[in-house]
Design a protein around this ligand. Structure first.
Ligand code: YNC
Ligand code: MG
Length: 388
């Protein structure tokens, strides 16, 4: 079944439902002197490269590899098109290791043909904060698929993570592997229904006309919550307190400090947007919402080449009704010309999805932990983690 994954310290199918197994590391850390010092062997025509994302040329190469070869939907109509600014933001994070941004090149041409990355994170699972790597952007060029290159890349990133004395990881994938910690669903809220229908992202509902559909998804021109404004640098301490207080209730969530909040949540043009509610009376920060920008290329459409897509990120309310805050997020996303607003059914998102006219997507997103067993699979609402 899973010739590679069967050999790895991950929850195995045979153990699902076995409540005698303890929660926590599946295997203990090794002394660093016992971590393999040399990279794993690649097929002869290929070589490892460390990708310096601060270098414009390298960033361009990574961008193009992913633009042409990364994740597509099941019907191969759309492909993620992460911008260069987004990739630098996602990878050059507080305390990052350049050696965890790993490429594979063809020896002759030096062409970049595969990629995988890790970034450091502190993730809490129940009451334990665990140092982990978040693994993302695993990509093998379309012409090199099904040659078992992916397991070599995963082993190599694991080795480099171990060299930093980190022994756990978190990752998400659209495919089912041994064994998900949680299985989540994407929901989509049309902002530009005509374009979405024209490009085949959505379909006209039964007994619906285009003009009725456009009216259904119409939003006010401006936000409605009093004190709603863009997050600024001076808000980092208050947002950190608000977010830490909120994420504490989930079974799996990041343990963000002020440096993390500054990096991940301070607005960054065309990468991440964050808004908050400042009380007009006492200037307290009571609510917060955020989304990141990840366009998709439209494959083979005559009229349009790209969809501008917002993805719900971290949202916290203490005063404003969640659906009202998220409706304001939809309004700013519409002002910024996004075509659709996506959200997973994680955290308290189920509390606004239907009310705000999100529709369920096809395809699921599975969350995984490496070398960390959790007692039971989690419900999406028990997850407080969003990976990019
Ligand atoms: C996947 N997405 O099951 P078995 S998500 C993990 N994540 O192994 P080959 C995957 N494993 O089942 P191909 C995977 N997809 O035999 C496949 N696999 O045990 C497993 N797509 O390898 C698969 N990006 O090289 C099988 O397959 C083995 O040539 C087969 O390459 C796969 O970033 C891939 O969807 C995904 O570029 C690279 O299809 C390729 O098909 C591709 O023969 C389009 O591989 C882009 C795409 C994946 C996005 C992501 C998260 C990756 C997590 C990796 C696991 C990290 C583990 C923790 C490491 C640190 C540990 C510490 C400490
Ligand atoms: Mg391969």
């Amino acid at each position: 079944q899973h010739k590679f994954w069967e050999t790895q310290p991950v929850g195995q199918y045979k153990d699902v439902g076995d409540t005698t197994l303890p929660e926590g590391p599946i295997e203990p850390p090794k002394p660093l002197s016992e971590v393999k010092q040399e990279p794993y062997n690649l097929p002869n025509l290929y070589e490892w490269t460390t990708c310096d994302m601060g270098c414009q040329e390298t960033c361009d190469e990574v961008y193009l590899l992913l633009k042409n070869n990364y994740v597509e939907d099941d019907e191969n109509m759309f492909r993620f098109n992460y911008s260069k600014e987004f990739l630098t933001w996602a990878l050059c994070v507080p305390g990052y290791f350049k050696t965890w941004h790993i490429g594979v090149r063809a020896k002759g041409s030096k062409k970049l043909v595969a990629f995988i990355t890790g970034i450091p994170a502190r993730i809490r699972v129940n009451d334990k904060v665990v140092r982990m790597a978040e693994i993302n952007f695993l990509c093998v060029h379309k012409k090199l698929r099904s040659k078992r290159l992916a397991p070599v890349m995963i082993k190599e990133v694991t080795r480099r993570v171990h060299l930093e004395d980190i022994w756990q990881a978190a990752y998400t994938a659209g495919v089912v592997l041994p064994t998900p910690v949680a299985t989540c669903q994407y929901w989509h809220r049309s902002l530009n229904p005509k374009k979405l229908i024209d490009v085949g992202f959505s379909r006209l509902g039964a007994r619906m006309t285009m003009s009725r559909t456009i009216k259904l998804y119409k939003l006010p021109d401006s936000t409605v919550t009093e004190g709603f404004r863009k997050m600024e640098l001076r808000d980092v301490p208050a947002v950190t307190r608000l977010l830490r207080g909120y994420l504490g209730q989930f079974v799996v969530a990041p343990d963000f400090d002020e440096d993390d909040v500054e990096h991940w949540l301070l607005p960054h043009e065309d990468v991440v947007d964050s808004y908050l509610v400042e009380s007009p009376e006492n200037h307290e920060i009571t609510d917060f919402c955020s989304f990141y920008t990840l366009p998709s290329s439209i494959l083979g459409n005559q009229s349009y080449s790209s969809l501008k897509i917002a993805y719900s990120y971290y949202n916290v309310v203490t005063k404003t009704p969640l659906a009202q805050l998220m409706n304001d997020a939809l309004i700013v996303a519409k002002q910024k010309d996004f075509d659709v607003f996506n959200a997973l059914d994680v955290m308290h998102n189920e509390g606004f999805l239907k009310e705000l006219k999100f529709g369920p997507g096809d395809g699921q997103l599975h969350y995984y932990l490496y070398n960390y067993r959790v007692r039971n699979a989690l419900k999406p609402s028990e997850l407080g983690l969003v990976l990019l």
